[in-house]
Design a binder for this molecule. Structure first.
Ligand code: IPT
Length: 984
């Protein structure tokens, strides 16, 4: 018998054949279900039609085949390899055609029905695929069920009559490329496979079909109205509310609302003749009205992130524990919203959002970004032939997810241009579910949407939009505004979060945004630590643009996430006189940090703080406040602080206690923290939600009386001493401080450019990284012009400049000493034209054998001028290794800001003013040259940077660069350090 091998469906623009209509997803307490996840037989071929269909026949022998785990991607299991592109299609753009080279995975899963499976062969049963990339054809026991596309959407097939008690064989042929790939051009790895669950569901006679839970909330009457529309007759029961009505019948009862802050769910049941289906009812009403997105009558502020599904070994095949970890991490970092960029997530993720409380923008699996390469010609979103596929995708998302209270907006997709297909989707969604606003960013006219959404808009323009000065089409001017993507978290950054938040909190129309993005999509790899685009030999790729998250691939929070947590904290703890509670510290602090690194707001007596509740719904009763009083970073007193259970938006002045009696003199701070008063489902009691820190008294800056004089070392021709310092007579270079050897102390302006310094190639604004390299700041030469011994000082005059240009920096090092300490004052004056800011400005030096680092200043984590809100002034300790931030592509990192003093390798450094401290076991040049973490090999020397200033981080890897006040423009500067040997 010849076996027919069809491949026509692969390039067919239609959604597929044979699948059941989409419906609500639910758990039945009566009907059995059977997971087909596990080890499957697997065979990879190079083309869609390379192998015939005989593998799907009954009795086919797969014993010689490989095995893969389902859910999973075969390219992450040793068969072929992943491909990363941002928006370019990794194949010729000729829709709906795909290349002949089309990796095709044949999957076979033999199974017996579990004991007690009712009526095999006669009863109803459904086979469900929750996600297959990108196109599948399915057979059960030799009978073809159909084919489908829509990778991150569910597809079900009726299989009841085909089932046998034992010896069933499920066969699935999966093609990496299909017409569907044109609709799935999201910025992520292309990862074929059966990557979500495969389940067999029993459908008893009289079982529930599709149903729609409408649960609105009347905030005036404080009642919930429930109506469950069901395809099958049944009763709706919510025992806790005394509800027992027929499906389709509305009932209004006093109820508590569901919000992301107070995720109140009521357990209910839809009872049909054949089964009881569990309902989790959350009452809330969402609307886009009066130019605002309101939930239960109140405008909400989205403190959001964009979440792709990612696991460094399993790709997009996420397990429940990982999904839960994502939600817990979000909640613990004060994130209240998630955009499911750019496809509906695994359905269990939405259960977690319902339960733990997150606002969800559920986005359809649609992106045609690569058509921008040809002026959007042929864009499927504007081609009627593709509209059925687009509508199918919209329906599969809405029908699956419509009963989740956490879903507050539908999004049509991402970066798909404009067109009739999108309008058709919006029309269908508005008709099917008028209860939720529709989001889509790509249409500047907002013809089809209920919210004006943009990405990566610079601060000034966001402010103009907030003030309603943005013009644009009339329909759009009436709409609320969200940034569906902002603050590109690639590498070190993003900078500028606090400046965005200040705008969001000032202008009602600005309802917050969603940081791009949640997690780095690095792939665990022995060669590299984590692999990114190009590491698998892809002919077209976009490098480490796939690693742009707030979490490292292993889900460790990056400094960017720590910063975000502080910036979006829902309680403001400010100085008593702070007019606008603003965010965290008093305005101007960031600038101060950039200028003098003191991390200290204005000084003055503090006898009270102003506490403001910035939640939209919750009062402060869940929080317990504490105060502590620190002198020079040591806590000298602490205790509870009584704060009223302020209503949302309310603010109160709260008296602090008297400063602890007998506190030593020194730099004093109050720190007030808001902690969870009791365990919650997402964090334990004591978890810090918000904090504020207030300087009471200034720091005593180090003073060194210049009493020692530079003198030649007797018998040592080339050396001079000055107090504890030993110097090279000819070059003036510092050799040692007491017994601590020092190498290479000199001015340093270079940093290992960050992804945000380098910027994205398409940026119109100049990008610092490339300009710095063009000027040659990474190859500065140091010329010593004079080494002068005057009475009490050793002065070294230098000129620091790169080859090929007249621009340079004159740098004068002036050393004095009181006999035990050594003071260095560096004076810098730019010479010639400086068309670019400086990366950093400070000194670098090398120490042997430094391991522990202790410091007093900002910590515990990394901070840069426009990303320093989360730094707490205190005493900190770390190993040199733990000071490093493991950005997947190595780059400048690890600075601690506002450092007053630090001790490492036996050397004590005091700053006047405070400084940024960076220490690492490789040079900046080695860091700059590294492409992967595994390229960083520790040497014997610890290289220490003491920076007077750093250039801001910004977000130019996709968005705007640092704001003007965070730029480090070249200008005259003077700063000092005091060096001494750590006693003992
Ligand atoms: C934007 C995309 O929507 C998102 O998927 C991601 O690619 C992000 O950029 C960058 O990481 S589109 C951008 C080019 C404006």
């Amino acid at each position: 018998m010849t076996v027919r091998t069809r491949t026509d469906y692969v390039e067919d623009v239609s959604p597929g054949t044979g699948a059941l209509p989409p419906r609500a997803r639910y758990a039945s307490s009566d009907a059995m279900s059977f997971s087909l996840n596990g080890d499957w037989f697997f065979r990879l071929s190079e083309a869609a039609g390379a192998e015939d269909d005989s593998f799907a026949r009954d009795g086919y022998d797969t014993s010689g085949w490989a095995r893969v785990a389902v859910p999973g991607h075969w390219v992450l299991q040793g068969h072929g390899s992943p491909v990363y592109t941002n928006h370019r299609y990794p194949f010729p753009v000729d829709p709906p055609r795909v290349p002949d080279e089309n990796p095709t995975g044949d999957h076979v899963r033999p199974f017996d029905l579990p004991a007690g499976w009712p009526d095999p062969g006669t009863g109803g049963a459904v086979l469900r695929f929750d996600g297959v990339e990108s196109c599948a054809r399915v057979w059960l026991n030799g009978t073809e069920l159909g084919d489908f596309k829509g990778s991150r959407l569910p597809h079900e097939f009726a299989v009841g009559t085909l089932l046998r008690p034992v010896g069933n064989v499920l066969a699935v042929r999966v093609h990496q490329w299909s017409a569907g790939s044109y609709l799935e051009d999201q910025d992520q790895w292309w990862l074929p496979g059966v990557f979500r669950d495969v389940t067999l569901l029993h459908r008893p006679p009289g079982s529930a079909g599709d149903f729609f839970v409408h649960a609105s909330y009347d905030h005036l009457g404080r009642t919930g109205t429930l109506r469950v529309d069901s395809a099958v007759a049944g009763r709706v029961l919510v025992p806790e509310l005394g509800v027992d009505v027929a499906a389709g019948e509305p009932v209004t009862v006093p109820a508590e609302p569901w919000t992301a802050e107070t995720p109140r769910l009521y357990d209910g049941v839809l009872a049909t003749a054949g089964e009881r289906v569990a309902l989790r009812v959350g009452f809330r009403t969402v609307e886009s009205a009066d130019g605002l997105i309101k939930v239960n009558g109140r405008a909400v502020l989205f403190r959001g992130v964009n979440r792709h599904e990612w696991h460094p070994r399993r790709g997009r095949a996420l397990d429940l524990a990982t999904m839960r970890e994502d939600v817990l991490l979000m909640k613990r970092h004060n994130i209240n919203a998630v955009r499911t960029s750019h496809y509906p997530p695994h359905p269990a993720f939405l259960d977690l959002c319902d339960e733990l409380g997150l606002w969800v923008v559920d986005e359809c699996d649609l992106e045609t970004h690569g058509f921008t390469e040809q002026g959007r010609r042929g864009n499927p979103a504007d081609d009627d032939r593709w509209t059925p596929a687009l509508l199918d995708r919209a329906a599969r998302m809405v029908e699956r997810d419509k009963n989740h209270p956490s879903v507050v907006m539908w999004s049509l997709g991402n970066e798909a241009g404009t067109g009739r297909g999108l309008t058709a989707m919006a029309g269908w969604i508005h008709g099917r579910d008028p209860s939720r606003p529709v989001h889509y960013e790509g249409d500047p006219d907002c013809r089809d949407t209920d919210v004006y959404s943009r990405m990566y808009v610079p601060h000034a323009e966001v402010e103009a939009i907030g003030r309603g000065l943005d013009g644009g089409p009339r329909a759009r001017r009436r709409l609320p505004f969200v940034l569906c993507e902002y603050a590109h978290a690639m590498g070190n950054g993003p900078g500028g979060l606090a400046d965005y938040q200040r705008l969001f909190e000032t202008h009602d129309r600005l309802q917050g945004g969603f940081v791009w993005e949640w997690i780095d999509h690095g792939i665990e790899d022995e060669r590299y630590g984590y692999a990114y685009g190009g590491d698998f030999g892809e002919e077209l790729h976009d490098g480490n643009f796939v690693c742009d998250g707030l979490l490292f691939p292993d889900r460790r929070p990056s400094p960017g996430l720590v910063e975000l947590k502080k910036v979006v904290e829902p309680v403001a703890i400010g100085r008593r006189d702070s007019l606008s509670p603003g965010i965290g510290r008093a305005p101007g602090t960031d600038a101060a940090a950039a200028a003098d690194n003191s991390l200290g707001p204005g000084l003055g007596p503090v006898d009270a703080v102003r506490v403001t509740n910035k939640y939209d719904f919750a009062d402060l009763s869940a929080l317990a406040f504490t105060w502590s009083y620190e002198v020079d970073g040591e806590t000298v007193g602490s205790g509870p602080l009584a704060v009223p259970a302020l209503a949302p938006g309310a603010s109160a002045e709260v008296e602090l206690p008297e400063a602890p009696p007998g506190a030593p003199a020194g730099e004093a701070h109050w720190t007030v923290r808001a902690r969870l008063a009791a365990d919650t489902p997402w964090a334990p009691r004591g978890h810090v939600v918000a904090w504020g820190q207030f300087a009471v008294s200034a720091r005593r800056t180090p003073s060194v009386a210049a009493t020692a004089a530079p003198v030649p070392v007797p018998g040592e021709d080339g050396l001079i001493t000055l107090g504890p310092g030993t110097f090279d007579t000819r070059t003036g270079a510092l050799r040692a401080v007491g017994g601590v050897a020092v190498t290479g102390l000199r001015l340093d302006v270079w940093r290992a450019t960050t992804d945000n310094d380098d910027g994205a190639a398409w940026q119109r604004d100049p990008r610092c990284g490339p300009l710095w390299r063009t000027l040659g700041l990474h190859r500065m030469r140091h010329r010593v012009d004079a080494v002068e011994r005057t009475g009490d000082a050793l002065t070294v005059r230098t000129r620091v400049a790169p080859a090929g240009t007249g621009a340079g920096l004159s740098a004068v090092y002036r050393w004095t000493s009181d006999g035990t300490r050594l003071r260095l004052t560096v004076s810098v004056v730019p010479r010639g034209d400086w068309p670019v800011p400086l990366p950093r400005l400070g000194v670098r030096l090398g120490l042997a054998a430094a391991d522990r680092v202790r410091w007093y200043g900002g910590g515990p984590g990394e901070a840069y001028p426009d990303s320093s809100t989360a730094a707490v002034v205190g005493r900190w300790e770390s190993s040199v290794d733990d000071l490093q931030t493991p950005y997947v592509r190595p780059q400048e990192n690890g600075a601690r800001a506002g450092v007053r003093w630090a001790e490492l390798g036996g050397l004590r450094v005091e700053g006047d003013p405070g400084f940024f401290l960076t220490a690492r076991r490789w040079t900046t040049e080695q860091l700059d040259a590294a492409a992967h973490l595994t390229d960083l090999v520790p040497g014997d020397t610890v290289w220490v940077n003491l920076d007077h200033a750093q250039h801001g981080l910004g977000s130019q890897s996709c968005g705007p660069g640092p704001l003007p006040r965070h730029r480090l423009e070249a200008g005259p500067a003077e700063f000092s350090f005091v060096f001494s040997e750590v006693p003992g």
